[in-house]
Design a protein around this ligand. Structure first.
Ligand code: FES
Length: 104
C-alpha cells in the first residue's frame, strides 16, 4: 500500500528498517513518518477516542490535531504523523490520555 510512481512527485530511495507495532515486526522506510509506515503496512487505526472509543487514523497529517497519538519507545502522546521512523522503534496503541510515568 505504498505509492511508488507518481507523475509529478519523486520519492527518494530510503533504507528499509524494522520496527515493532504491538509486538509484531514490520518494515518501513527510515525517516518517513511512523504513521506512513503503519499505513503502508495496512494499519489505519492509530488510536481510539477517549470518550467514545471510536477509531482514529490519519487526519491532519501535519501535527496539528491529536488523531495519531501513540506510545513510541515507552513515551506516550507521540504524534506519529510527524515523527520520523527509526530502526528498532517500538510503537504501541495508547490507552486513554497515556501514562507519563510509563517511560520511566
Ligand atoms: S494526524 Fe493530526 S497530529 Fe497527527
Amino acid at each position: 500500500m505504498r505509492i511508488k510512481n507518481h507523475p509529478i512527485i519523486s520519492f527518494p530511495e530510503r533504507k528499509t528498517v524494522k520496527f515493532t507495532f504491538e509486538g509484531k515486526t514490520l518494515e518501513g522506510k527510515e525517516g518517513e513518518p511512523i504513521a506512513a509506515a503503519l499505513q503502508a503496512a495496512g494499519i489505519k487505526v492509530l488510536k481510539h477516542s477517549i470518550n467514545h472509543d471510536r477509531p482514529r487514523g490519519f487526519f491532519c497529517a501535519i501535527g496539528n490535531c491529536s488523531s495519531c497519538l501513540m506510545v513510541v519507545d515507552g513515551q506516550p502522546n507521540v504524534k506519529v504523523c510527524v515523527t520520523p521512523l527509526k530502526e528498532g522503534m517500538k510503537v504501541e496503541y495508547q490507552e486513554g490520555k497515556g501514562d507519563i510515568n510509563a517511560a520511566d
